[in-house]
Design a protein around this ligand. Structure first.
Ligand SMILES: Cc1cc2nc3c(=O)[nH]c(=O)nc-3n(C[C@H](O)[C@H](O)[C@H](O)COP(=O)(O)OP(=O)(O)OC[C@H]3O[C@@H](n4cnc5c(N)ncnc54)[C@H](O)[C@@H]3O)c2cc1C
Length: 357
C-alpha cells in the first residue's frame, strides 16, 4: 500500500499511522464483511474526524485528505469516514443547538458514529426520483415514515441524517438508529463494501423532536452542503487510484506492455490533482465554478475506472482470483461510479449545465 505523505492533525497522531497500524492488518476481514468500527474510533481519537474551528470549506478539504489517505488502503473504510464526517457537517450546518452541544463533540471524537441517508434527497433535488420519507408535524417536531434503500455506518447508538417531505416542503433531521420505529434490515450481499454496516432503513411513525431537526427548509440547507458533499467524495477515487498507480508502477519494469496502462492512469491522476488544486481553493460561487466541481467529481469516478482497468491488466490471472488485490480494487472502483451523485447523474447535470466544465 502507498500511504503517501503523512497527514498530521491537531491531536498529534497522523492519519497514515492509524491506517498502517489499525486498518492495514484488517483489510481482508473488512473485505469479507467485518465492520471496522475500532478503526473509526482510532481515527476519531487521532483527530482525523474533527472539524474543530475549521471553516466549513477547510473542513471539506480536510475530509477529502483523510478519505484519500484511508482509501489508499481500503475503500470501504474510506466510505465510512465519508458517511461519518458528512453527519458532522450536517450537525455543524444544522439548526439544532442541542445536537451541536450534546452530540457534535462525541461525533468529532469518533466516540459516537453516524451515517447519512441523503442519496434519495440529493437525487430528488436533481429531479431523478421522489422523496421516500413522509413527515407529519407533531408537537414541536414531526413524525416520519418511509423506507430508505441503503444507509451505511449504522448500528446501535449510531445516528443518521434524513430528509422527509411534509407536503408543504422538506425537513432534514438526524435520528438515532435505535429510536422507536426505526427498523434496520442488513444488506450484506454487495460485490464489495460489505464491511460498511449498510442497512435498508424502515421508519414507522418515528417521533422526531425539534432538537433532532437539522433544517425546516431542507432544500435551502441541501444547496448549502452540496458542494462539500461532492468535493469530499473526490478523496475516494483519488486515494484508490494513488494506491493502484503505485501497485501497477512496481510491475511495469517486469511487464513492459503495462507501461501504456500505467501512463494513462498516471495522466488521469495528475489531471485530477491539478483540477482539484483549483476547485478546492474556495467554495463555488459562480455557475462556472460549480461546473468545475461537478466535472471534478465525475473525473474522480472515471479515474477509479481507469484504476480498475490498470490493475486488471497488471495482475493478470493472479488478479482474477477471488480475494486478490486486483479483484478487491476493481470492485471498490465500481462503487465510486454508482455512489450518489453517480456518474450517470453527473452526466445529466453536465447536460443541464451545457456541456463540459
Ligand atoms: C454498498 C452501498 C452503500 C450505500 N450507502 C448509502 C448510504 O450510506 N446512504 C445513502 O443515502 N445511500 C447509500 N447507497 C446508495 C448509493 O449512494 C446510490 O444512490 C445507489 O447505489 C445508486 O443506485 P440506485 O440503486 O439508486 O440506482 P438506480 O436508481 O437504479 O439508477 C441506476 C443509475 O442511474 C442513475 N439514475 C437514476 N435515475 C436517473 C435519471 N433519471 N437520469 C440519470 N441517471 C439516473 C442512478 O444514480 C444510478 O447510477 C449505498 C449503495 C451501496 C451499493
Amino acid at each position: 500500500m502507498n500511504v503517501g505523505t503523512p497527514l498530521r492533525w491537531a491531536a498529534g497522531e497522523d492519519v497514515a499511522g492509524v491506517v498502517v497500524r489499525e486498518l492495514l492488518p484488517r483489510v481482508d476481514q473488512i473485505a469479507a464483511g467485518e465492520y471496522p468500527e475500532t478503526v473509526l474510533h482510532a481515527l476519531g481519537t487521532a483527530g482525523a474526524l474533527a472539524a474543530g474551528d475549521l471553516d466549513p470549506w477547510a473542513y471539506e478539504r480536510k475530509r477529502l485528505a483523510v478519505i484519500r489517505a484511508v482509501a489508499r488502503c481500503c475503500l470501504a473504510t474510506a466510505f465510512l469516514v465519508w458517511c461519518h464526517t458528512a453527519a458532522v457537517v450536517y450537525v455543524r450546518t444544522g439548526a439544532s443547538p442541542w445536537l451541536r452541544s450534546e452530540l457534535l463533540p462525541a461525533l468529532e471524537q469518533g466516540a459516537v458514529l453516524a451515517g447519512t441517508g441523503l442519496s434519495n434527497p440529493v437525487k430528488a433535488a436533481a429531479g431523478l426520483e421522489r422523496i421516500r420519507l413522509r413527515a407529519t408535524p407533531a408537537g414541536d417536531g414531526f413524525r416520519i415514515s418511509g423506507t430508505l434503500a441503503a444507509v451505511s455506518n449504522l448500528g446501535p447508538g449510531h445516528w443518521f441524517g434524513v430528509v422527509a417531505e411534509t407536503g408543504a416542503g422538506r425537513v432534514a433531521a438526524l435520528l438515532p438508529a435505535d429510536a422507536p420505529g426505526v427498523e434496520l434490515v442488513p444488506r450484506d450481499r454487495f460485490v464489495a463494501l460489505n464491511g460498511t454496516a449498510t442497512y435498508a432503513v424502515r421508519l414507522v411513525d418515528v417521533a422526531v423532536p425539534a432538537r433532532w431537526v437539522l433544517a425546516r427548509d431542507a432544500d435551502a440547507w441541501l444547496a448549502r452542503i452540496r458542494p462539500g458533499f461532492l468535493l469530499s467524495q473526490v478523496g475516494l477515487g483519488l486515494g484508490l487510484a494513488d494506491d493502484v498507480a503505485a501497485h501497477v508502477g512496481r510491475r511495469v519494469g517486469r511487464r513492459p506492455g503495462l507501461a501504456w496502462w500505467a501512463a494513462r492512469l498516471e495522466r488521469a491522476r495528475r489531471r485530477l490533482e491539478t483540477a482539484l488544486a483549483g476547485v478546492a481553493a474556495a467554495p463555488p460561487a459562480t455557475e462556472a465554478e460549480w461546473r468545475r466541481l461537478v466535472h471534478l467529481r465525475r473525473a474522480a469516478g472515471r479515474l477509479a475506472f481507469h484504476a480498475a482497468e490498470a490493475v486488471a491488466v497488471a495482475d493478470g490471472s493472479a488478479g482474477y482470483q477471488s480475494g486478490s488485490y486486483a479483484s478487491r480494487r476493481a470492485r471498490e472502483a465500481w462503487f465510486v461510479a454508482i455512489l450518489t451523485p453517480s456518474l450517470t447523474q453527473l452526466e445529466v447535470e453536465r447536460g443541464r449545465q451545457g456541456g463540459r466544465g
